[in-house]
Write a protein that binds this ligand. Structure first.
Ligand SMILES: Nc1ncnc2c1ncn2[C@@H]1O[C@H](COP(=O)(O)OP(=O)(O)OP(=O)(O)O)[C@@H](O)[C@H]1O
Length: 231
């Protein structure tokens, strides 16, 4: 299990149409197991880029990211995918559910073609119950509210038992009250199930309740504050 993630001198540039965007510049950060961290900053400051790099969805242009002191992105594509499957769950603002699959099938989808030590269907049912959707397993995404869809997406993100949950504006598409409940669920997964959580948010109230707040501006970390225990 990955207990520590270290970013050492990480840069990310995007090249295209003759322009180069320096999305992240010389980032040095350490993340530890069971932290509950908010990443904040203005639009375009590099928050999603940071999350994608930590989640092995993309490679730094230079610098290193170490997982328990090991570099993963220099391995082959299959090894990287296996690593991601074992360790990381993603949650997005837009939910990204497959519209023709039921809630249960959506939650099962990361397990297709994967060999696991548990019963897939039982595990999917268990995580749907865990997020409060025991009575919606057979519903299609179109039959669910935004908050319920995000719960399905969270169940899908944790079905393979990752130790790190990376959430890119998980409440960005939800009204304040629903967003708060989704936030509470992430907090519960952190405190009760031991998931490390890194989440990007524009909501200062949600960020204020995290244990650690990292502020990014123009691709650099301008502050990194730990606070005693959150709520
Ligand atoms: N695939 C890409 N190709 C080119 N430029 C990109 C790409 N992805 C992001 N960028 C640029 O990199 C910078 C950082 O983008 P990023 O999405 O990480 O910011 P963000 O802080 O998450 O923004 P927001 O809060 O608006 O989602 C921006 O200038 C953006 O335009």
């Amino acid at each position: 299990m990955v207990t520590e993630i270290q970013l050492i001198g990480v840069n990310k540039e995007y090249k295209g149409d003759g322009t180069v965007t320096d999305a992240l510049k010389d980032i040095h950060l350490n993340f530890h197991q069971q932290e509950f961290t908010a990443i904040v900053g203005p639009s375009g400051s590099g928050k999603s880029t940071l999350l994608n790099l930590i989640g092995t969805l993309d490679k730094p242009s230079s610098g290193k990211i170490l997982y328990n002191k090991e570099e993963i992105m220099n391995k082959g594509a299959n090894k990287i995918a296996d690593f991601r499957f074992s360790n990381i769950g993603f949650i997005f603002q837009q939910f990204h559910l497959l519209p023709t699959l039921t809630a249960l099938e959506n939650v099962l989808s990361p397990l297709f073609s994967r060999r696991v030590s548990f019963n897939k269907k039982e595990r999917a049912q268990e995580v749907l119950k865990r997020v409060g959707l025991a009575n919606k397993m057979d519903a299609l995404p179109s039959q669910l509210s935004g908050g319920e869809q995000q719960r399905v997406a969270i169940a899908r993100a944790i079905v393979h038992k990752p130790s790190w949950l990376l959430a890119d504006e998980p409440t960005g598409n939800l009204d304040t009250e629903t967003g708060k409940r989704i936030y509470e669920l992430l907090k519960e997964l952190n405190e009760q199930d031991g998931c490390s959580v890194l989440f990007v948010t524009h909501d200062p109230n949600l960020a204020a309740n995290a244990n650690r707040i990292i502020t990014i501006k123009d691709g650099t970390v301008i502050s990194d504050e730990c606070q005693g225990g959150g709520t």
